[in-house]
Ligand binder design. Structure first.
Ligand code: DX5
Ligand code: ZN
Length: 221
């Protein structure tokens, strides 16, 4: 099934000096979510966006804001991002020994909960907590930078997670996939079981980003 998926353009590849235009692009293409990549120069080498920027974005858009925290000590940033206006907060399973506590904290802030997994981490690390989250974010590149190529083994992982969710009556949990998603491979990623596609460079580095978002949605026809 490829219908009813959500597209979450990642503003990591947008012009950081003009994020308002990035929001307008997301509006123009009717993107469902806005994906915000938070990097701390420790969990990943790159350094990006903090709560003040999310707060500014919140004042300019009603869209669902999907905050992907690629940070160590994620528990320290949950409340600041929730107060800034995040709708979903995703943490990395590799960044904590106490995922249940972070899940409870995110929920207590009134946000949806996501857990993300890097390409080399075994799926068995997330299976025990999937009944407590709303979203599982499968990294299909090593986190840290936009513009990398989709790791082909990711599709098998997506399919395995999909089977696990179905077998455990957890179909309410959405599978989000992040990294290297392009118009040419999106359909096969959806067929593997993705519900939400993150796309950064494909949208924001294209000649016509609004049209590119629309082209993604055409894939479900
Ligand atoms: C990478 C980020 C991604 C990134 C995706 O660590 O989590 O969200 O923006 O960018 P593309 O779509 O260019 O791979
Ligand atoms: Zn991301």
């Amino acid at each position: 099934m490829t219908d009813n998926f959500k597209l979450a353009p990642s503003i990591l590849s947008a012009d950081f000096s003009d994020l308002q235009s990035a929001l307008k692009i997301c509006d123009g293409g009717n993107a469902h979510w806005i994906h915000v990549d938070v990097m701390d120069n420790q969990f990943v080498p790159n350094l990006t966006i903090g709560p003040p920027v999310v707060k500014s974005l919140r004042s300019k858009t009603q869209k669902f804001m999907d905050v992907h925290m690629m940070v160590i000590n994620p528990e320290k940033l949950v409340e600041p991002f929730a107060r800034a206006g995040a709708d979903n907060i995703t943490f990395h399973i590799e960044a904590t020994d106490e995922p249940e506590n972070i899940i409870d904290l995110i929920r207590s802030c009134g946000c949806k909960v996501g857990v993300s997994i890097k390409p080399k981490t075994p799926l068995s690390d997330i299976y025990p907590i999937l009944d407590r989250v709303d979203v599982v974010l499968v990294m299909s590149v090593e986190p840290g930078f936009g513009g990398q190529g989709y790791l082909p083994e990711s599709s098998e992982k997506i399919a395995s997670i999909k089977s696990f969710l179905t077998e455990n009556c957890l179909d309410r949990v959405s599978i989000e996939v992040d990294g290297g998603i392009k118009l040419h491979n999106a359909k096969s990623i959806l067929e593997a079981g993705a519900d939400i596609l993150v796309a950064g460079s494909e949208v924001f580095k294209s000649n016509d980003p609004v049209q590119t978002i629309k082209d993604f949605y055409k894939l479900s026809n």
